[in-house]
Design a protein around this ligand. Structure first.
Ligand code: GDP
Length: 736
C-alpha cells in the first residue's frame, strides 16, 4: 500500500484589498486628513483619509491609532501652525518623512529607540503601496511558520521591509531588525494586510512525533447501512432516533481496542456533500474511507460518487460489504462490480481490503476494525503531540445554556483548556473541553474528537482551529479574517452576479428566460445546514436558479422572515422546531416555510415549487396527422392550371388538425414543406378544427403539389415545463 500524504491545507486567504473597507474611527480619519492638509486641500486630504480606511488594520479597540487629544489638536491646526510645527523636534513625523527615513537606510531599519511605555504608534499609518492590489498577488499563498524572520517573510511575499515594518507598528508590534523572529500569528496578520494567502506550517523539529489513531469516514449509497454500521460500532442506537434513515447529524466517536490499546476515530458525516465541502475548505480530516456496499443491492450511483470523492481526496478505501446476513446477499457480485469500477481489491491481487459484515447482526466488525488499523499502519500515521494544537471543526451548534459549541478533531499538538483559539473567523477562550462521552477533560491530543465550549460565535464545519497567545491576538486575527471572508464573499457574489447577468443576457437573446428561487436554509446544526444547502443547489436548472441567500442554525426567527420577505425567498427549516407563533408570523409575512426532517421529502417539495415557478419553454408539438386521399384543383379566374389552387382531400388519422396550426407536409417521411393553413373545410363549411377519423379539405400556403399518400402534420405551440425526476436510488434532479 503506497503511503499517501494528506496535505494539511492551511488558511487559504484570497485577500482582495480595497473592496470592503474596514473602518477606523471618524476621529482618526480626521487626524489623517489633517496631517495631509499641509500640502493639499483639506477635502482631498479627507478623502485620502477615508481611502486609508481601506488599508488600516483596525484593531477593535483601535489602540494603534493616536489618542483623541492629539487627534483634535491636529485637526484644528491651521496651515501656519503646521508649518511652525515642522521645526519642532518633538513633533510626529509625516508618513512621507517616515518613508524617506527608511529609504535612506537602504532597506535597513532606522535606529529606533528601544521599547518604551509610549503607545506603539508614533506616526500615522503608512498604507501599503497601491500597485500591489493586483489580482495575482491576492491569489498568492505563502507558507508561514513560528519564528520566521521578517526578512524571510519579506522574501517570500515580495513585500518591502519598510512597508512590513510600518504595518507591524500599526498592529502594535515592534521588531529591532529584519533578522528578528516574528510569531506565526503576526505573520498571518501581515499577510492579511498585504493581501496574501497563508498556509500555516508547524515545525516538528525537536518535538515528539508519535503514531496517531486513524480518522475514518463512512460513505456509501443511501440505505446501504452506513448509520447502522456506525451504530453497531459504537453500540448505541442513533439510527433508531433518526428520521428518514439519512444521517442528518455530524459527530464523531472513538472505538478503542482494549487488547492493543489502539483506537479508531469515526466521523459521522451527513453525506458526501459535507465531505467534499470540508475538503474544499481545506480540512483534510479523513485518513481512510469505509465504503459501505449492501450485499443484496450492489454498486449504486452514490457508491460511485463515494469512490470519486475518496479518489479526488487521495484517501484510501476499505470496502465493507454490509447486510451479509440477508438471504439475497451476494458479496461476490459486489466484488466483481467494484473491480469493474477500477477498485483493486485484495482478492484479485490489489491493495484495497474488503470485509464482509452485517451491521444488524454485528458480525465482521472486528475484522473491519483490524483492516482499518492495518491500513493506518501502512500509512504510518503520525503526529506531533506537543506544542500548539491544530484542529478542524466537524460540527457546530448553538446550545441554549452553553452557547456556541463545536465538535473538533485535533490533527496535531495538544489542545488545552483555557487556551485562546481562533476558529475560522470566530474566536474564544476554551472554557471547557468534553470528550465524546460528554466527560470534561483538560486536554485533547491528535485524532481525538472533542466538543469545545467558550466560543464567541458559531464556526463552520471545516474551519481550522488555531491556538493564539492572548485574547487581544485572538480578537485581531478574528477581525482580520472576518474582513477577509466578507471581501471574499462580496467578490464571489459579484462574480456570480456578473455570470448570472451574462447568462440571462445570452438566454434572452435565445428567447430563453431563467427565474430565480431565493431560499433561506435553517437547520439544527451547521453541518446539516450546509448539506441541505448543497442538496438544494443540485436542483439548479437552466430555467430556475436556486439561490441560497442565507443559511444558518436555529429556529426560524423574525429576522429570517423579514429577510425572506425582503428578497421574496422561501424558508427551508430542516430538523428545527416550528409551529406556534412562528407559523402565524410566517403567514402574516406571506412567506412560505417548509418544515422537514427528511431530506428527500424536502427536495420533493422544493422540486415541485421549482416546476411551478419555471417559465417553461415554447415548443412545437404534433397535434394531429392527416393523410392525403385525393387532390382537387380549383382553377383561377383565367382558368389556367398555374393560376389555380390545389386542395388536399384528407382523412385525419390521429389527433386533430387545426386551422390556426402550422402545417408540415411529409412524403416518404421527408419534410417537403412547412407553412400555415390557408383554408380548412368540412363539407364546404369553414371549420376551426377537424378531429380523428373525419375527412376534410385543406389548402396549405403556397404549396400546390400534393400527392395521394402524403402525410400532413398539424403542429401546435405548447409551453413545456421542466420535470422533477426522482429515481429509486433516491437521486433527484430537474429535467428540462
Ligand atoms: P444509511 O442510509 O446508509 O445510513 O442506511 P441505514 O443504516 O439507515 O440502514 C438502512 C436500512 O438497512 C435499515 O432499515 C437497516 O435496518 C437496514 N440494515 C442496515 N444494515 C443491515 C444489515 O447488516 N442487515 C440487514 N438485514 N439490514 C440492515
Amino acid at each position: 500500500m503506497a503511503l499517501r500524504h494528506l496535505g494539511k491545507k492551511g488558511i487559504e486567504t484570497s485577500f482582495k484589498r480595497g473592496l470592503v473597507l474596514p473602518r477606523v474611527p471618524a476621529s482618526t480619519e480626521r487626524h489623517i486628513s489633517s496631517t495631509f492638509s499641509k500640502s493639499t486641500s483639506e477635502s482631498v486630504a479627507f478623502s485620502f483619509a477615508r481611502y486609508i480606511n481601506g488599508f488600516g488594520f483596525s484593531s477593535p479597540n483601535h489602540e494603534s491609532f493616536p489618542t483623541l487629544t492629539s487627534i483634535s489638536r491636529c485637526f484644528h491646526a491651521s496651515r501656519e501652525t503646521l508649518a511652525r510645527r515642522k521645526e519642532d523636534p518633538d513633533r510626529q513625523l509625516s508618513h512621507r518623512e517616515l518613508k524617506k527615513q527608511t529609504v535612506k537606510t537602504k532597506g535597513k531599519f532606522s535606529k529606533r529607540e528601544k521599547k518604551t511605555d509610549k503607545p506603539p504608534v508614533e506616526a500615522p499609518y503608512v498604507p501599503p503601496r497601491l500597485q500591489r492590489l493586483a489580482k495575482g498577488l491576492a491569489e498568492k499563498t505563502v507558507d508561514v511558520f513560528e519564528g520566521m524572520t521578517l526578512l524571510e517573510f519579506s522574501k517570500r511575499t515580495g513585500e518591502s521591509l519598510a512597508v512590513l515594518q510600518s504595518i507591524l507598528l500599526n498592529v502594535g508590534e515592534t521588531v529591532g531588525s529584519e533578522f528578528d523572529a516574528i510569531s506565526i500569528d503576526v505573520a498571518e496578520l501581515l499577510a492579511m494586510e498585504i493581501g496574501i494567502n497563508v498556509k500555516r506550517q508547524h515545525t516538528t523539529e525537536g518535538s515528539q512525533i508519535l503514531p496517531r489513531p486513524p480518522v475514518v469516514t463512512v460513505m456509501g449509497h443511501v440505505d446501504h447501512g452506513k448509520t447502522s454500521l456506525l451504530d453497531a460500532l459504537r453500540n448505541t442506537s442513533v439510527a433508531a432516533k433518526e428520521a428518514g434513515g439519512i444521517t442528518q447529524h455530524v459527530g464523531a466517536f472513538v472505538v478503542g481496542m482494549p487488547d492493543s490499546g489502539t483506537s479508531i476515530t469515526f466521523l459521522d458525516t451527513p453525506g458526501h456533500a459535507a465531505f467534499s465541502e470540508m475538503r474544499a475548505r481545506g480540512a483534510a480530516v479523513t485518513d481512510i474511507v469505509v465504503l459501505v456496499v449492501a450485499a443484496d443491492d450492489g454498486v449504486m450511483p452514490q457508491t460511485l460518487e463515494a469512490i470519486a470523492h475518496a479518489r479526488s481526496a487521495n484517501v484510501p478505501i476499505v470496502v465493507a460489504i454490509n447486510k451479509c446476513d440477508k438471504p439475497g446477499a451476494n458479496p461476490e457480485r459486489v466484488k466483481n462490480q467494484l473491480a469493474a469500477e477500477g477498485i483493486e481489491l485484495e482478492d484479485i491481487g490489489g491493495n484495497v481490503q474488503v470485509v464482509e459484515v452485517s451491521a444488524m447482526k454485528s458480525t465482521g466488525l472486528d475484522k473491519l476494525e483490524e483492516a482499518l488499523l492495518l491500513e493506518a499502519v501502512d500509512m504510518d500515521l503520525k503526529a506531533r503531540v506537543e506544542g500548539p494544537a491544530q484542529a478542524y471543526v466537524v460540527e457546530a451548534r448553538l446550545d441554549k445554556g452553553r452557547g456556541p459549541l463545536a465538535t473538533i478533531i485535533v490533527k496535531a499538538g495538544t489542545l488545552v483548556s483555557g487556551h485562546h483559539v481562533v476558529i475560522g473567523s470566530q474566536w474564544g477562550r476554551l472554557r471547557a473541553i468534553r470528550d465524546m462521552a460528554g466527560k470534561q477533560t483538560d486536554r485533547a491530543t491528535p485524532a481525538m474528537p472533542v466538543e469545545i465550549e467558550g466560543l464567541k460565535g458559531l464556526p463552520m464545519a471545516g474551519d481550522d482551529v488555531i491556538v493564539v497567545e492572548s485574547e487581544e491576538r485572538a480578537k485581531m486575527l478574528s477581525e482580520g479574517r472576518k474582513r477577509k471572508y466578507e471581501r471574499d464573499r462580496l467578490l464571489k457574489a459579484e462574480e456570480a452576479r456578473v455570470a448570472e447577468a451574462e447568462k440571462k443576457e445570452a438566454e434572452s437573446e435565445e428567447g430563453f428566460i431563467r427565474v430565480e428561487l431565493p431560499i433561506i436554509v435553517k437547520s439544527d446544526v451547521q453541518g446539516t445546514a450546509q448539506a441541505v444547502a448543497d442538496a438544494l443547489r443540485t436542483l439548479n436548472s437552466p430555467q430556475v436558479f436556486v439561490n441560497i441567500v442565507h443559511s444558518g442554525v436555529g429556529a426560524v426567527s423574525h429576522s429570517d422572515l423579514e429577510r425572506a420577505q425582503a428578497c421574496g425567498a422561501c424558508i427551508v427549516a430542516f430538523n428545527v422546531k416550528g409551529g406556534g407563533s412562528g407559523n402565524l408570523s410566517a403567514a402574516q409575512a406571506s412567506v412560505k416555510v417548509f418544515h422537514h426532517r427528511v431530506i428527500y421529502h424536502l427536495l420533493e417539495d422544493i422540486g415541485k415549487l421549482i416546476v411551478e415557478k419555471a417559465p417553461g419553454v415554447s415548443e412545437l408539438e404534433v397535434a394531429g396527422e392527416a393523410e392525403v386521399l385525393s387532390i382537387f384543383k380549383v382553377l383561377g379566374k383565367r382558368r389556367s392550371e398555374e393560376d389555380g389552387v390545389s386542395i388536399a382531400g384528407c382523412k385525419v388519422m390521429d389527433g386533430r388538425v387545426c386551422r390556426s396550426g402550422m402545417m408540415r407536409l411529409l412524403r416518404s417521411g421527408e419534410v417537403l414543406f412547412e407553412g400555415s393553413c390557408a383554408s380548412l373545410k368540412r363539407e364546404k363549411q369553414d371549420v376551426e378544427q377537424v378531429g380523428k377519423g373525419n375527412e376534410c379539405g385543406l389548402v396549405m400556403g403556397e404549396w400546390n403539389d400534393f400527392r395521394v399518400g402524403d402525410v400532413i402534420q398539424c403542429m401546435e405551440a405548447v409551453i413545456r415545463k421542466p420535470k422533477f425526476v426522482s429515481s429509486e436510488s433516491g437521486a433527484v434532479r430537474i429535467e428540462c
